[in-house]
Design a protein around this ligand. Sequence first.
Ligand SMILES: [Zn+2]
Length: 346
Amino acid sequence: MKRALTIAALVMLGLGVRVAESHGSAGTSLASVHRDGSSAPRAPRHVTHPKATITAPRAVGSERPSIRMAITVDDLPGGGPEVGGYTHARIVREIIATLQAHHVKHAVGFVVGSMLEGQPERRAALDAWVQAGYEVGNHTFSHDKIEELGLDGYMKDILANRELVDELAKRVGQHREFFRFPYLEEGRTEHERKTLARFLAAQHYTVARVSVCFNDTDWADPYLRCLQKGDDSALQTLRQSYLDNAMAYLKWSVVAAREVFGHSIPQVLLVHPNVPAAQNLDALLTAYEQAGVRFVSLEEALTEPAYTASYDMNGDNLFERASRRLGRPHPPELVEPAALLDLVCR
Ligand SMILES: [Zn+2]
């Protein structure tokens, strides 16, 4: 996406006001992040505006502000090049250490079997994940798209990943089987969507939809470039933009839930095992906690009907599909700092 950042500024300005005006507990807590912001990462530059000063949180009695959030990690054990000593096993171990430091009892990692092909040492990442007691789900064997495999091929690709995922799940002792669509693409047509939904139900899979996807993979290549160059200043800029972006997307999802569903929902966060996550997840979870986030299991989050309803619509994310089905608009889309990501450390 190459849209101008000024669009984001406008979007976020409106969003900030809406958050401040909300009466619910989540809005209150987000507002408090803007207000005190002392140890939290600074509010994104494109979010902050002199006229967007957030009003004092409205009292919600003695109720502690809370946004429930389940954490999920896609594309385990991880793919792509390994730079600066960051093996995939190291990245996953650092993510695990961060989750444990934040007392995150439940997290689900979605496994792509093909990422082990020719890379047996990556198995250590999966072993570490399940040894830590975190759950796993099926993310297809190849991570290819439906249009590349065809519908039958896609279903075979899901089954091809079963042996590996089932063995890992058994070691964790989990009783639910989760599936996540690569690219969060549930099917391009009504026929594809319905066929896959039936197939997954017959396979006893619970589809794990996502509410907070902040395009974290777009930071991976810039991070590797800057690591290779040893450009610490650029890495610091990337870190701040990663955190700003992740916070903005949480705020967006909190507001979008109210606008589309009419109520708050538990959020489901998606991150990937890459260098930006290894380096920033600790700060990100701290920022989320300061915004009132409380970590819950995916199983608990998915009890919210928004995650299991049939929207049967095309769309990039849960809110977009639900918005079309329910006829209730979501907030304008956010944009990421494309120029920074494209140009840094070239
Ligand atoms: Zn994926």
